[in-house]
Unconditional design. Structure first.
Length: 190
C-alpha cells in the first residue's frame, strides 16, 4: 500500500472512534488528561484489532489466493457501507442524551465496539500482503489523536460533526476497496 492509501485507511478507521469521542465529549466535558487517557484506550484497541484480523486472514490467505482482491474489496465495501448507514440514520432520544455510563469499562466497551471493523479490514489486508505493523501503528496513532481531539471539542461542536466524519470515512473505505480491486484486476498499476 502507498503512504497515501495508508493515511486514508488510518483516517477512515479512526472516524467511528472520533464520532464516539465527540459524543462522549458532548455529554460530559473531559479534562485534557481524561481526553488523553481515552485517546490511549481507543488508539491501543484500534491498533490491536487489525492485527487480530490480519492473523486470521493469513491463515485463510492460501485458500483464497485467486479471489483475495475480491474479498478485500468486499470487506472494505461492507465496513464502509455500514459506516455510511450509521452516519446517515437519524439519532434517537437516547443517543442524543449521550452515554449513560462514563466509567473505564464503558470506555473500553465503546473502544472495542468501534474497532470491530478494523479486524475485518485486517483480514482484507492479509489477503493483499500489506505491511500490517506499519498500518496498525498508523491506525492506532491516528485514532489516539482523533479521539483525544474529539473528546476535547465534543462539547462545542456536538455529535453532528462526528456523524459527518464517519460518513466521509465510509466513503473513503469504499474508494480504497475499489482501488485495490482495480489494481489487482490490472485496470491500473500501483
Amino acid at each position: 500500500m502507498t503512504p497515501g492509501a495508508i493515511a486514508v485507511l488510518s483516517l477512515s478507521m479512526s472516524t467511528d472512534a472520533f464520532a464516539a469521542a465527540v459524543g462522549r465529549g458532548a455529554s460530559h466535558r473531559p479534562s485534557l488528561v481524561g481526553a488523553i487517557k481515552a485517546g490511549l484506550v481507543f488508539g491501543v484497541i484500534e491498533a490491536i484489532t487489525p492485527l487480530i484480523g490480519w492473523g486470521l486472514g493469513i491463515v485463510a490467505a492460501g485458500l483464497v489466493e485467486q479471489i483475495d482482491h475480491w474479498i478485500a474489496f468486499g470487506l472494505l465495501a461492507v465496513v464502509g457501507g455500514k459506516m455510511i448507514w450509521e452516519a446517515s440514520k437519524p439519532r434517537d432520544a437516547d443517543e442524543n442524551a449521550g452515554p449513560r455510563r462514563a466509567g473505564p469499562w464503558a470506555l473500553i466497551a465503546t473502544a472495542v465496539g468501534t474497532s470491530i471493523d478494523a479486524a475485518a479490514v485486517g483480514v482484507g489486508l492479509a489477503f493483499i500482503g500489506a505491511d500490517i505493523w506499519l498500518i496498525a501503528a498508523s491506525i492506532g496513532c491516528t485514532t489516539f489523536v482523533l479521539t483525544t481531539v474529539g473528546m476535547l471539542i465534543g462539547k462545542s461542536v456536538g455529535a453532528r460533526f462526528g456523524k459527518t466524519a464517519e460518513l466521509l470515512g465510509g466513503i473513503a473505505l469504499i474508494c480504497l476497496g475499489v482501488g485495490i480491486l482495480l489494481e489487482h484486476l490490472g485496470v491500473f498499476a500501483a
